[in-house]
Design a protein around this ligand. Structure first.
Ligand code: NDP
Ligand code: OXD
Length: 309
């Protein structure tokens, strides 16, 4: 059996080593592959060049090399008859939760403000806010959003989440659907976006959304750059309606050299690294799925392209 791997970051033979340890019968080959394309049974990909798909005639399923599948949803030549499995594995979830907790705590404790003050050699404290007086709101309460919520809850924040369907998560007020979005935004001082990118969520972090947040709110986007209208964010920061932002993802990646975001004093930014692939646990996820499928069971979780995630 053979799996083709196309990742975002080159990791030498780390994937082959992990497959050799966990499943010696599965031959893992890196893209670009110059052997016989008909020998490939599975493909695990990130941003596969669209024209490549036609070469792999015997594929049984596609794995997304990430939790997000927008790179496949937008690919006109993706073989539509094949099931697509998105990445849901504990290593990826833990990485995102670390980053989400760090970014929420950072805004809660005024770290971006203190970083700016340091540059101006200004020694000045901000009145500390008790966590139960801090209203944190998470957009998207799926695998990643609900784990982040559960890890933020013990700090004692006044937590809420917004999703398509209503949720019951201990310590998290649930808002759902377009009708409840305004109420969710009006109560949110630190907004964390962990939505998938779909036709409904593209551009959702826009001027209208920001206007509904209380003055001084902070915005954290760890999901996809196209959720955010960057010029609207910059306007809301410059007018002092928003106090700061943490961005891991951008409309265009890599962020263009001339983007004002690089130098914006109210933005903390990282280069799409909020949660990166952990090779061992990702291979465990692929192997478990392949074994189950080869024995007549189901792949999981399968993407619903109608719903968009
Ligand atoms: P899930 O599919 O598990 O969760 C998606 C959540 O969003 C669900 O709660 C869903 O609601 C909600 N949602 C979807 N559409 C809407 C809508 N129109 N209105 C309201 N809520 C909506 O996704 P994950 O948690 O696994 O991943 C989220 C995203 O995080 C990925 O798609 C990816 O883009 C991004 N990501 C970014 C990374 C990075 O390094 N920056 C790393 C990993 C992921 P419901 O529960 O009702 O279905
Ligand atoms: C993902 C990502 O979707 O890393 O997993 O962006």
């Amino acid at each position: 059996m053979r799996i083709l791997l196309k990742t975002d970051i080159e990791r030498g033979d780390a994937w082959q080593k992990a497959f050799a340890e966990q499943a010696p019968d599965i031959d893992a080959v890196n893209w670009p592959f110059d052997g016989d394309p008909a020998s490939i049974d599975y493909a695990a990909v990130w941003n596969m060049p669209s024209d490549e798909w036609a070469r792999y005639k015997n594929l049984k399923a596609i794995f997304s090399m990430g939790a997000g599948i927008d790179h496949l949803a937008s690919d006109p030549k993706r073989p539509k008859h094949l099931p697509v499995v998105r990445l849901v594995e504990p290593g990826l979830t833990a990485g995102m939760t670390e980053f989400a907790v760090w970014s929420v705590l950072s805004h809660h404790r005024f770290i971006p403000e203190y970083t700016r003050q340091r540059q101006a050699r200004l020694w000045q404290g901000h009145v500390q806010i008790a966590p139960y007086d801090r209203r944190v709101g998470i957009m998207g309460l799926g695998v990643l959003g609900s784990d982040a919520a559960q890890k933020l809850a013990p700090f004692g924040f006044d937590l809420a989440g917004w999703s398509r369907s209503s949720k019951e998560l201990t310590g998290v007020k649930s808002y759902h659907g377009a009708e409840q979005l305004p109420a969710f935004l009006q109560r949110t001082e630190i907004l964390l976006c962990l939505l998938p990118l779909t036709d409904e969520t593209r551009g959702i972090l826009n001027a209208r959304t920001f206007a509904q947040l209380p003055k001084g709110a902070a915005v954290i986007n760890l999901a996809r750059g196209e959720h955010l209208v960057e010029k609207d964010l910059l306007a809301a920061l410059d007018s002092d309606h928003l106090s700061g932002a943490t961005l891991d993802v951008f409309e265009q990646e890599p962020l263009p050299q001339d983007s004002p975001i690089w130098d914006h004093p109210k933005v903390q930014m990282t280069p799409h690294v909020a949660s990166m692939l952990i090779v061992d646990s990702t291979v465990r996820f692929f192997v478990d799925n392949i074994r189950r499928f080869e024995q007549g069971g189901d792949l999981s979780p399968i993407v619903d392209f109608e719903r968009g995630y």
